[in-house]
Design a protein around this ligand. Structure first.
Ligand code: NAD
Length: 298
């Protein structure tokens, strides 16, 4: 299969490599030359624009930060839509709002092509390992055609429904994951301020209903070691929660806890932490409380 890949950042770079490793041809584009050069060195071909990518491939994959980025890459004289061949499939793997997905999907279909959404779950490590969770929306027969490419990138595959359903699933996943992460960071700081050790809190919480994967897996991996390099940038978590709340609003669903999570992330944005890993929310709460919570690394 010949795949195009646009957006070669933290996630897209390793995802494109995994398609190459599985023996498919890949044509890449990114606005950052260094990201393009790294993929070219791994065997990818390089295109000069999203339009040229679409002209040269059967499957156009996008992995971009936010909805306006996806709209920019698809639209305009150098965009994907301008070069799209009838019968091609667009696979947007970015996390964006479902309405934008459906709007672009209609434009893609008007060109005689198809579109599915497949935002991803898990972390940058899973992008490298090819073990992402894939939350897919779109017609079953189109999804089936894309499976050989999707399987290069992910190991947990869920067909969630029509176009946009993958995005709905992903947004509620991230709102929930971020809420649990923010609450866990707050609890660890509160306990430390109250004189409890991280070791004690971990041993107690792991036996109760408070236990969760943020405490078990995510926080020990980086933030609790004082590592706040991305990973998953705070500005992307902030974007995902904003989009999830937008979805709740448009569906008439109340989300007071989600709004509190978003307000916390907004505080992190205002504090100038947007390009650090979202685990930096722990550091923000530590600084406010005047304590530090760290795994002792003897
Ligand atoms: P990133 O910022 O590291 O990468 C985005 C890439 O898109 C960059 O290389 C950037 O140069 C490129 N880009 C931006 N605008 C472009 C344009 N107009 N044309 C071509 N290239 C353009 O972001 P990321 O962490 O790889 O995340 C990508 C998406 O995946 C986001 O929607 C994010 O929410 C989602 N996501 C990220 C993670 C994570 O752990 N990082 C996990 C799951 C999902």
């Amino acid at each position: 299969m010949i795949a195009g890949f646009i957006g070669l950042g933290t996630m897209g770079g390793p995802m494109a490599r995994n398609i190459l490793k599985n023996g498919h041809e890949v044509v890449v584009f990114d606005v950052v030359q260094k990201a393009v050069d790294a993929l070219a060195a791994a065997g990818a071909r390089v295109a000069a624009s999203p339009r040229e990518v679409a002209q040269r491939v059967d499957y156009v994959i996008t992995m971009l930060p936010d909805s306006p980025d996806v709209e920019r890459v698809f639209g305009g004289p150098d965009g994907v839509l301008a070069g799209l061949r009838p019968g091609s499939v667009c696979i947007d793997m970015s996390t964006i709002d479902p309405d934008t997905t459906r709007r672009i999907g209609a434009q893609v279909r008007a060109k005689g092509a198809e579109m599915i959404d497949s935002p991803v779950g898990k972390t940058a490590d899973a992008a490298v390992a090819g073990t992402l969770t894939l939350m897919v929306g779109g017609p079953a027969e189109v999804v089936a055609r894309c499976r050989p490419l999707l399987d290069c990138m992910g190991s947990d595959f869920f067909h969630c429904g029509d176009l946009g359903a993958g995005q709905s699933m992903k947004l509620l996943n991230n709102l929930l994951a971020q809420t649990i992460g923010s609450a866990s960071a707050e609890a660890m700081v509160l306990g430390t301020k109250a004189g409890l050790t991280l070791d004690l809190m971990t041993r107690v919480l792991s036996t109760t209903m408070a236990w969760n994967k943020q405490l078990e897996v995510n926080m020990p991996k980086k933030p609790l070691k004082g590592d706040f390099t991305p990973g998953f940038m705070l500005k992307l978590a902030h974007k995902d929660c904003r989009l999830a709340l937008q979805m709740a609003h448009s569906l008439g669903v109340q989300a007071p806890i989600g709004r509190a999570t978003f307000a916390g992330l907004e505080e992190g944005m205002q504090a100038g932490l947007k390009d650090l890993d979202v685990g930096v929310m722990l550091k923000l709460r530590e600084e406010q409380a005047g304590v530090t919570v760290r795994i002792s690394q003897a």
